[in-house]
Design a protein around this ligand. Structure first.
Ligand SMILES: Nc1ncnc2c1ncn2[C@@H]1O[C@H](COP(=O)(O)OP(=O)(O)O)[C@@H](O)[C@H]1O
Ligand SMILES: [Mg+2]
Length: 323
């Protein structure tokens, strides 16, 4: 098995291709040999962005509209690169995004993948993600907010700044709210440093809509709005299968049916948080499985014993007892 040919876009490689002219448009600074690329496949293969997109397709259950949007965005960026290679004038594309949807629908997970895709395609230098909320940006006292926000922006430079529940930045009910100061700095950075920082604002759809209405400046700087749907019960079941498999567990005889019943009940209860609730439910089932095995001091435990979630591990949940 040969080592994967992984080249960070922007780094020099000995591969063939005409020497690149100094790239003034640093936004999409490409490797010297990347400028010789003329096909979509060359760009995808060279950057390995294609691999990240494929992984995202395979690893994440459901999310069809989100996956389609990400493919569209990737297509735009790849074509943009090919245009640049032919010297076609282009502005650094605006890549700031909003990810709306209920808790546990995969916003943070997809943002991490997005950071990686942007990095592979050379739109950000490092591809790391800094995830923050209002408290990380806004200070308690006068003069504290600007340095706080700038510090966060500095950390995120070269990657993605993910602002969760972004609408908390805006508190019109407070006459002198420091959140506004943070928003103004973000606006400047989103405009002036968009060639090396991508901002993703995340949160509930309706609150984000209101937030954008009150902050048209921010809204106009967001190029892509991605709305994450709730998962269906079937998808939640598949997510559970996937999560269990990665943790080296499995549903035993009859357990999958019981879990499906669990999901049907849990979906109707308050604070249901999609895939996150699935993860939490699985954690509790593992606890119960452990207690069950722990109680049997002298039994030799096989691999099957240690990896199997049995129906009682699920049925002990409160969703089956509470009316
Ligand atoms: N489509 C999916 N397939 C598999 N696991 C998922 C999917 N969406 C979310 N998850 C998992 O669910 C959990 C919550 O997802 P997260 O991205 O934090 O949601 P959000 O940021 O929207 O609240 C994470 O553990 C994540 O790995
Ligand atoms: Mg999240």
């Amino acid at each position: 098995m040969g080592a994967p040919l992984y080249t960070i876009p922007g780094s020099a490689t000995p591969a063939a291709g005409p020497p690149a002219a100094p790239d003034v448009n640093a936004a999409a600074a490409s490797a010297p040999d990347a400028s010789g690329m003329r096909t979509v496949n060359q760009v995808l293969a060279h950057s390995q962005a294609g691999a990240v997109i494929d992984e995202l397709e395979h690893d994440l259950i459901g999310l069809a509209p989100i996956k389609a949007r990400i493919r569209d965005i990737a297509a735009l960026l790849v074509i943009d690169k090919l245009r640049m290679n032919l010297g076609l004038q282009a502005q650094a594309p605006s890549l700031h995004m909003s990810f709306t949807g209920n808790p546990g629908t995969g916003k943070t997970t997809v943002a991490l993948r997005m950071a990686e895709i942007l990095h592979r395609l050379g739109y950000v230098r490092q591809g790391h993600m800094v995830a923050v909320t209002r408290d990380d940006l806004v200070g308690q006292y006068i003069g504290h907010t600007a340095p706080k926000t700038r510090e966060v922006v500095k950390k995120a430079m070269g990657g993605v700044l993910f602002i969760d529940e972004a609408y908390y930045l805006y508190r019109p009910e407070n006459e002198r709210d420091y959140g506004q100061e943070a928003i103004e700095i973000l606006l400047q950075v989103m405009e002036n440093q968009r060639d090396d920082l991508v901002v993703i604002l995340a949160g509930y759809k309706n609150r984000m809509d209101t937030f954008f209405q009150s902050n048209p400046g921010l809204s106009s700087r967001i190029a892509h709005h991605l709305d994450f749907p709730d998962y269906s019960r079937e998808e939640l079941g598949e997510i559970a299968d996937r999560m269990l498999a990665t943790m080296n567990y499995r549903f035993g005889n009859g357990s999958r049916e019981v879990f499906d019943d669990y999901l049907a009940r849990r979906l109707k209860l308050p604070h249901f948080a999609n895939a996150r609730s699935v993860r939490n439910a699985l954690d509790r089932m593992r606890l119960r499985q452990a207690s069950r095995l722990f109680a049997d001091r002298y039994r030799e435990l096989t691999e099957i014993d240690l990896t199997t979630i049995e129906p009682p591990d699920i049925l002990a949940s409160r969703v089956f007892t509470d009316a």
